[in-house]
Every structure is written in C-alpha cells, then in structure tokens.
Ligand binder design. Sequence first.
Ligand code: 3PG
Length: 215
Amino acid sequence: MHARSLDEILKASPVVPVMVIEQLADAVPLAQALVAGGIRVLEITLRSEAALAAMAAIMGEVPEAIVGAGTVTSVEQLAQVEALGVEFALSPGLTTGLLRAAQDMGLHYIPAIATASDIMLGMEHGYQRFKLFPASVLGAGQLLQAFNGPFPDVRFCPTGGLTMDNFAEVLALPNVQCVGGSWLTPKALVQRKDWPAITRLAQQTVTAQLAQQTV
Ligand code: 3PG
C-alpha cells in the first residue's frame, strides 16, 4: 500500500533535486540541508556506487525526506530500489519492460518521454505522468505547449539543463507538475560539505517557486 499518492508526493515539493551522491557520508547531511531549506522530495540517482546505501541512510535518518530513485534503466534496478523501500522511481526514458514491472510491483514510477510516440506508449500502459528529458535540449517550453493539444490530461516533470534562473518559467507551463535538476546540489558545495549554502540554495529555489505561483 502506498502511504502517499504520486500527486501528493509531487505537491510536497514541486522542485526535485537530482542528486549524485559519491560519498555515503554526505547523504544524510545533504538531505538534511535540503529539507531544512524546504525541499523534501529527493531524487537519488543510481549514478554512483554509493547510491543504494545513500537512499537507505536517508530513509533511515531523515524521516521528513521523501526518497525516490533516479536513473533507473533496467528492471533489475527497479526491483532493487523497490526492495529498498523508496517511495517512487524515475527513468531517463521508457521501456515496456519497466512500464509493466513498476505496475506489477505497485511502485510509483515516472518514466521519461521525448516524443509523442513515447507518450502514447506510456499511455497504453496506463501512465499519465512523465519526466521530460533532456528538457533544455528538447526546448521544453515549445514542446510542452505543443503536447498540450493532443495530450491535455498528461502532466510532465521536465529535467535536464534547468537552472535557478530558468526553472520557474518551466514550472509555470500549464501541463508541468514538477521540475528537477542538479542545480540544488552543486558538486563544489557538496565536496566542501557546505551544507548551509545548500540550505540557502533550497530556500532561494522555494522562494522563486512560490513567487511564480502567485503571478
Ligand atoms: C536528470 O537525470 O534528470 C538530469 O541529468 C538532471 O539534469 P541536470 O544535471 O542538467 O540538472
């Protein structure tokens, strides 16, 4: 049983940091720094050796965090993160194997799309929420406006190339439910373990997000 629906998760923080955690020791303080700044929904990518242990550590020690696994590219990885107990998972693309496996597992899953055919394949399997990746390369603004015609009920989470300066205008698009990116966890700040600076970045992001909502 899901404690929260996918929509509830994404409403909790519509801006999702895409995190690559190289050092396990950084996982908990980094998550705490983001949570302290008002960002609770975290995508921990499977791009580092420490990723699975980092997810487990955050789930164990930072109860306010809502942990999702990112960069899931195989059914084996999906099964691994599901067994770990993550609340949701995301992929940079979609395959029928992953679409089916996530449903069989009853795991909240956000596959990514880049074309109308990808959306149609996802819809055939019952999905209505997709990541759009890589957003800046695809031209998220114009592309999502175009997708809103044939797919008015579909909602997107663009990621890839978004920054503090441009995420709010992408979040303002009518069919965008959340956005993600690595700008919230810059490598240099993580290497210096400058957690207060990460909290400030999270606060700035939340402020920009709220300002956009009130426009
Ligand atoms: C992702 O997996 O969503 C992206 O790699 C994040 O892209 P960014 O590093 O350009 O924010």
